[in-house]
Design a protein around this ligand. Sequence first.
Ligand code: HAM
Length: 471
Amino acid sequence: MISKKKKTVKKKSRKFKAGEKIKEQAELLLQPLRGMKDILPEEQPYWDQVRRVSEKLARDYGFARIDLPLLEYTNLFSRGIGEGTDVIEKEMYSFLTRGGDKVSLRPEMTAGVCRAYIQHGMNILSKPVKLFSTGPVYRYERPQEGRYREHYQVNYDTFGEQDAILDAQIIQVALRVVQNLGIKAVQIQVNSIGCPFCRKEYRELLVNYLESKKNKLCQDCKKRMELNPLRILDCKEDKCSQVAAAAPQSIDHLCEDCRLHFRSLLEYLDELNLPYMINPHLVRGLDYYTKTVFEIWSGQEEGRKYSLGGGGRYDGLIKVLGGEDTPAVGFALGVERLIGEMKRVQAKAYKYPKPKVFLAQLGDFAKKKSLGLFSELEKNGILVAESFGRGSLKSQLKVADRLGVEITLILGQKEALDQTVIVKNMKTGVQEIVSADKLVDLIKKKLKTSSVIVYHNGEENGNNSKSLNQD
Ligand code: HAM
């Protein structure tokens, strides 16, 4: 019985490899895969700013965090996102596991969030259920500026509410994240692509129109005619845009329910004073959307406008995946694109708190003692710098000078034996000898407790911690 099963698995993996070009990597290439990159320490202040702002807004608006595996069964995505989409047809990283399961690296987060929502019975929670997730997603696209094969998203989804007020709030959250990162000039593009009922009629109308212009479309759009004609509307090819310009628009063909929903959304957006534009060509690249779709575009005056993020309503997805009928709306922002735009508009990156104290040591015994002293100060919320590897006091003091600290603590052989520490005021040069057990209190007093930076898990929670709001 067992050996039979093994045979099937083997057969499957042979079949999977047959059509593939397998490139054996003979030499070790010291570089990431094409379209992927390292995020180096010098880039981290931007990434930290995005993490902090997006997480804070998630908390402020009542989103609970959820972390999901990067790998899921392939059919979760093909069923959820839609067979005819570029993401499923061309862009997934799919493979067979050793156990014979067909799996894919997530090309987006929403399908996984819905899988978890159903699996963990979140339908019994009070509505709306709001979930925030963040991390990398993978799409085998042609890499270019702002388009990577591995990119990061911050993703917000809400479940259980069909009122357009949720759509408006979701758009508001997306805008808040972008603006709190210091990106002020953006455009909100909105559209309604209706529900499966009114879209069916609209689709027929659109296909009829597109058939009559078929020879003016690009090769890709000719193929899209069958599977995904709505996508032709937002094709970037000039000739397709010209055809799209005169195409029938979905908002003119909405059923009563979708029309009222869209009207209500626009009223909420007006009430919030959000600067939106109705874009009848906005259809989005994932099949699960119903009614509202939106994108936030960078405000570059000239050149290409980037979509910093996008989302919409997806009232049918939970049911398609096997859950009970549950309306939902959400969005994701692309972190690399946010950072690209932050740099372009010279928005501030996160400023890490700087240590105000330096710990210098001299001699073997003092060196041993200094490890414990450092940890004692750290436990008490005092951010300390050191250069334990350096032997000479002169070179350590040079480092202290370069860091611009207010106080240098010097632990020599004698002090280590006496259980004392020399405390040097770096501005005045005045030195005093302090008993080691009184050191923490004295340093706190000297730095004035209010400005002591307590630094745990990347969070700054001293009394002087700065607001994340930049506006
Ligand atoms: P999406 O529009 O496919 O939506 O992706 C969201 C954002 O991710 C885009 O607006 C863009 O900023 C960024 N992005 C997409 N592809 C790339 C890429 N190749 N390189 C760099 N950045 C990229 C979704 O993924 C939906 N799941 C959003 C959503 C959540 N809808 C409802 N809930």
